[in-house]
Structures are given as structure tokens and as C-alpha cells.
Write a protein that binds this ligand. Sequence first.
Ligand code: 13P
Length: 295
Amino acid sequence: MLVNLRDITAIAEQNNMAIGAFNSPSLEAVRAAIDVAEKLGYPVIIDHAEGHESFVPLDSIGPVMVALAERSSAPVCVHLDHCEHLSYMRRALEMGFTGAMFDGSMLPYDRNVELGARAAEMCHDFDCGLECELGSMGKRENGAGHEDENVDTPDAIYTNPDDAVDFIEATNCDILAVSFGTVHGIYKGEPHLDFNVLSEIRKRTHTPLVMHGGSGVSDEDYHKAIDVGIRKVNYYTYGAKFAGERVRKVIKDYEEKEDGAIVYWHDMTMAAYDELCKTFEHVMQVFANGAGPIA
Ligand code: 13P
């Protein structure tokens, strides 16, 4: 069933767990996220990022995401990820999305507040929950953006707990993406997360918090982050990488089987779906943080 971002993060609050938010720029990814949620009995968030428009347009994948969420037995929130343009957000809301993120993290603070507040008003008119971002998680989910920003300059990018309180009040956003050491994309080394920053923000705001750059983090760090208030984990890069590696193996196996063997497109999509299911199953169990099936 299709559920609101506020309601799905409230389930996470009640159970001291996080909900996996999986970027789904293909039918295989949408199906894998929903199928695994149904199998395990956990709620799930499926994400379309504005930056993934070139992978698959919102107009094509959006209606599919909403239709599959509506008919699912699991609670599913259909969410717009890293949206920088309110006109694009409106299109997703009109399509039936139940969650949206306004990303003004590259803007000056005041402009981030101003546009975040406008996004909140628009989302709430559609009974949709809004996520905003304060701080920076390095380069974007499609590889663009703050390439050079990294955890070596934490003060420049980590979310300031005092600002977080003001920001939530001024924008009226429902949940907040915060920066405490995770980055989008492939980690160059071990991620070093600052749980003090996270716990300070949580103590002062009592708002569900979001971990971006959530793939590539250790299971232990997921648990620690959830215990101090992370309620949504955005997950993309490593799942896509594992699926890519599996497809490469499928091609190699065919090539070794016989000279001139044909590898069909459906062989690749089936392998990618299977690999995504395996990855999502593991991380959804980790994000449940010990909670049993809910849906
Ligand atoms: P990863 O690049 O770590 O998968 O993070 C995805 C993300 O945060 C999308 O918003």
C-alpha cells in the first residue's frame, strides 16, 4: 500500500529501526525493493532522484513506482530524491508521490530555508511528507557535485546541530538529511562517522534523521546510527555496483561456455534483479535493527 513519508518514518520511530530508501532507476530495482519488503514484512521507500532523469525519466518510471506501491502488501513510500527544482517536485506530487526531498544543500543557508519552506507548503497540500538537507554529503547520487568535499574538512560539511533546530522550525520539513561523515558514491577509504554530531542533532530536534551516502557503510555503523536517530537510509551505489558485477559475470560465463554464445538482454536484467534482491534483503534486515516483521 502507498504510504506517506511521515507515516513510514513514524513506523521506524516506534520500532527503533530505519527504513531502506532505494534509488530505483529501472523496473528491476523497483521490483526488487518491493518484492524483498513483501518477503521480509518490512516497509520500504523507493526513490527516484532528479539527477537520475537521464537514466530513466520521471514520466516513465514515476507512474510505475506509484502503481506497484499501491498494489503491494507492504507499506511503500514513493519518494522523490535530491530534487532541486520545485516545478519538478510538483510533477512528482501530481503523479502521486508520497514523499519528496528538497535539496538546497548547495545553496546559501537562507535560500535553502526559503525554498525548503515553499517545498514544505506544496508537499503538505498534497499530503506528502518533505525531507530537506542541511550540510553536504559530497558528490551527488549521480556522481555530480561536490567531488572535492570529503571527510577531511568535517566542519565545512557536517550539519551544525544549532542550525538544524532553526532550519526545521523555519522550513516545517518533516524529516532531515544530515551530514556526519557519509558521502555519496564509492568510499575511497573506510567511512568515519561522527556519532556525536548525529546524537547532538537528534537530542535538540527530536526529528527523524536521514543518512545519505548509506551504501558502503558497515553493519555495525548502521546499527550505531539507527540507535542515535537515523530513520531512513538512502542506498544506491553499492547495490548498483554489485548488480553490475553480476551482469559482467553472466557475460563472462556465456563467453566461456561456447564460442559465439548469445547473451540476451533478459539474461542480464534477470541477473541484476536477483543480485539487487540479495543485497536489499541483507540491508533491510540490518536496518530493521532487531525489529521483527511489521507489515
Ligand atoms: P550511496 O551513493 O551511498 O548509495 O547513497 C545514495 C543516496 O544517498 C541517494 O540519495
